[in-house]
Design a protein around this ligand. Structure first.
Ligand code: ADP
Ligand code: F6P
Length: 321
């Protein structure tokens, strides 16, 4: 049971809804009579002692904002045991007895090492647009990012159709095709290229030629960045199909923006859950949503297993294309 203080941080790539999650952690802890510290800029702030007390007002007016008011960073020093010890000491000197980490796979891995080496109680929340945390089908921010992509696809389809073009849309996901799959299916894409599934360029280009010969006016090919560069793939498509082809790389626009209702709601629910759990003495657990329900996944299982792409979605994408 934590009596004095907890800390909360955001880490890794920011995602819309991180603010809602941190706000819920802070307000729940204060409601329970526990102090809360905010660690600025992820593990970098922990190592550099950039840690500040938070009150109710610190998290006012942020639920509607993308990004993270705490800041985030990628910190090499935390990858060393010495860096982690330095960060831990900065928490201990303030009386921090537990830590809530909101971040992706890498951030949770860092947290699992911190827990192992220091025994500091840790609760994780999956904050990443990639939707690639094992044991859950939702991560905070993936819904907003997918909506941003679908909005872009809708617009690209208009202009592709006007010109009878093929447009390749590159979306984020260095190691995971989840975001591409979600937005590609919801956006009605003809093809969705992801790192997890081998694709045959010749076959795709032959099909595209046949479709255009039969009168099709547009095609949208969603490319997860981990499946290859859309610019390079676009050159091959243009050459092989001889159909006018354009490429749109969406980039960091996908990471920003006001979170959707789904991301705000789920982040708020998970934030409360995380705060209550850490205060009541839980550790090494990551809370997320799976099939619409809150689930608690062991932190070490979450970081040691790789979430695979749902083959049902891969199949569905082909059927509906
Ligand atoms: P994400 O959390 O979005 O997956 P990263 O993979 O960039 O983002 O990780 C964020 C930070 O977490 C890293 O900059 C580093 O400080 C920490 N981290 C990531 N992987 C490890 C690791 N294997 N050991 C220790 N810390 C790590
Ligand atoms: O992990 C989130 C993510 O947005 C990935 O989808 C993407 O590959 C990466 O971060 C981009 O990171 P950076 O912030 O270094 O541009």
């Amino acid at each position: 049971m934590i009596k004095k203080a907890i800390a909360v941080m955001t880490s890794g790539g920011d995602s819309p809804g991180m603010n809602a999650a941190a706000r819920a952690v802070v307000r729940t802890a204060l409601f329970e009579g526990v102090e809360v510290y905010g660690i600025n800029n992820g593990y970098q702030g922990m190592v550099d002692d950039d840690i500040v007390p938070l009150d109710r007002k610190s998290v006012s007016d942020i639920i509607q904002r993308g990004g993270t008011f705490l800041g985030t960073a990628r910190c090499m020093e935390f990858k060393t045991p010495e860096g982690r010890k330095k960060g831990f000491d900065n928490l201990v000197k303030r009386g921090v007895e537990g830590l809530v980490i909101i971040g992706g796979d890498g951030s949770l891995t860092g947290g699992s090492l911190l827990s192992k080496e220091t025994g500091l109680p840790i609760v994780g929340l999956p904050g990443t647009i990639d939707n690639d945390v094992w044991g859950m089908d939702y991560t905070i921010g993936c819904d907003t990012a997918a909506n941003t992509i679908v909005d872009a696809i809708n617009k690209l389809r208009d202009t592709a159709s006007a010109h009878r073009r093929i447009i390749l849309v590159e979306v984020m996901g260095r190691h995971s095709g989840w975001l591409a799959m979600m937005s590609g299916i919801a956006g009605g894409a003809e093809y969705i290229l992801v790192p997890e599934v081998k694709f045959d360029m010749d076959e795709m280009c032959t099909e595209l030629k046949e479709m255009y010969a039969a009168g099709k006016r547009y095609s949208i090919i969603v490319v997860a960045e981990g499946a290859g560069s859309a610019v390079e793939l676009g050159k091959v498509v243009a050459e092989k199909t001889e159909i006018d082809t354009r490429v749109s790389v969406l980039g960091h626009i996908q990471r920003g923006g006001s979170p959707t209702v789904e991301d705000r709601m789920k982040a708020s629910m998970l934030g409360e859950k995380a705060a209550l759990a850490i205060i009541s003495g839980a550790t090494n657990v990551v809370f997320g949503f799976n099939e619409g329900k809150v689930v608690g996944v062991n932190l070490f299982d979450a970081v040691n297993n790789k979430k695979t792409l749902d083959p049902e979605l891969v199949r569905l994408a082909r059927v509906l294309a």
